[in-house]
Every structure is written in C-alpha cells, then in structure tokens.
Ligand binder design. Sequence first.
Ligand code: BDR
Ligand code: CA
Length: 309
Amino acid sequence: MKLLIDTDPGVDDALAILMAHAHADVVAMTIAAGNVGLRHTVANALKLVEVLDVDTPVHPGCEQPLVLPAADAAFVHGADGFGDTGYDAPQRLASGEHAALAILRLSHEHAGELTLIALGPLTNLALALRLDPTLPGRIKRLLIMGGAVNGRGNTHRVPAEFNIGFDPEAAHVVFSGWPMVELIDWEATMRHGLDYAELEHWLSADTAEAGFYAAISRRTRTWALEHGRKRLLSADALAMAVALDPGIVSEAEERHVGIELAGSLTRGATVVDWDDRMGRPANARIILAVDQARFESLVRSGLDRTTRK
Ligand code: BDR
Ligand code: CA
C-alpha cells in the first residue's frame, strides 16, 4: 500500500506514523499546524523519520487555518507537541516543497494508487483541492480523522472535534469537494480505547520506536488518567488502522456530512444527515466500529515490528 500522510504530530499522530511505517510504503508526510505550531509539528515529523531510520520526505504546510486563528492542543500534547521530553533536535531536513504542492505532485506520480490519510486539520488538503479540483480522481482512498458524528466532540465548542474545529473552512472545502471520504470520528475513538497496562507492556519492547513513544506519550497518558479516562484514546492510531487494514471495519454507514461554519456554539460541528432529510448524496463512509483485537495488533506491531502478523 502506498500511503501519503497529512499530519500535525502530536502524540497520537506519532503512534499512527509508527504503525504506517511498519505496514505500508509511506511516500511522504505533509505537515499541518494543529496540535501545536508548524515549527514543532515539522520538527516532530522529522524526529520520527530519524527514530524510524527511514527516508520519508517531510513537507511543511500552512502555519495558520485558512480563515480564522485557532487555539492549539498543547495542554494535552505538551508545548512541543511531543510531551516536552527535550529530545535532541533532528538532523534531518524538511523539504522545500509546500505540503499542498507535494500532495498534488504525488497524486500525479502515483495516480490511482495512493491512500491519503489526514490526521490533522484539513488546511493543506483544502488548499490542494482549491488549486486542483480534479485531485480526488487520482486518489484511491481518502481517510479523515475528524468530527463527532452525533455532536459529542472534544473541544470547548461542544459538538466540534479538534481537527475540524481548528479549521472549519478547510473541512468545508474538503467535504464539499470530495465525492466520498472515509471518516473516523471522535465518538468511534471513544468506543475503541486502549488498555493502559497492555499499552505499557507493548511500550517495554526493546525497540527504538517503543522507547521513543513511551517517552513522548508519558505526559498524555498521565493526563488521560487524571481526567478519568478509563482507556487511552488514540484517534489517529484508530484512523491509521482502518487505512492499513480496511477489513477491520465491522460497522459503517454512508451519509451526507456538512460542516457548520457559523454557529456561536457549534462552529466546526460535523452535521450528519442520518435520516436523509436534505436529499444530498452521501459524501462520507462513517466508520462506527472496528475489530478491537486487530486494531490493537496493528498498534503493537507499530511499536515492535517483530509482532507483525
Ligand atoms: C484529533 O485531535 C488531535 O489532538 C489528535 O492528534 C487527533 O488528530 C482528535 O480529536
Ligand atoms: Ca492529529
């Protein structure tokens, strides 16, 4: 599988990126601002490339959402987005090609073959789509981690999930311009948490990936426990599992999804037309449930390739 990852690393992005490199040919990572500022998300992606000892190109994208500024998620991921461990700065260099342009170029070079997965705000992808609206015709699958399909989000604007809420205009461009996306939302994430003790066991593997991830995730694991979360929620890892193993999905529904741009309490909400009241064609395959054991085995093999099936 050829994979292009648009991402804002971010602790759960990191886990997804480790999983991807264990199971797919990652052609590039294009980087968004989101969890923290672009300077950090680019550095974090480069650091992962170094830890993995691979040559995956890293393309910096937009520093800001398309229209309005947005607050980051440093309170969860740490000021540097990777748990403030003070890791040595990566020696690898980022590409000089902008993320949106890299998405377009790669879509031509691998026409019809690329699985594109967006793990952060959709700013880069919206820009690419505005530059070239024929982009979807060259992409095999587009998966998006984002949204809260029944209005139970994870931001202070209650129905909004972080990635969509950070840049609602970008999400609107993508959802209104892409014929069919696969959506892994926050509510599915809540139904597919990871057991802390089990994760801790996987993190004890004697690999560079497990060691690095154990360090950068320590702070978020503590934060989650302190906030009463019974299991560790890793949205981007769940989305990546669906990308890597489509057969993992046990329940999904196709519906029309629109993005709320204006509401004072609801800006950034993903509005799902569950009962087809608007009569608009479905534009999203909403993933509702996956095989938990298969999900966990993909996470584990991302941390320790010797467990790969
Ligand atoms: C999403 O928001 C980010 O904080 C995570 O990395 C994930 O992509 C979950 O709402
Ligand atoms: Ca993310």
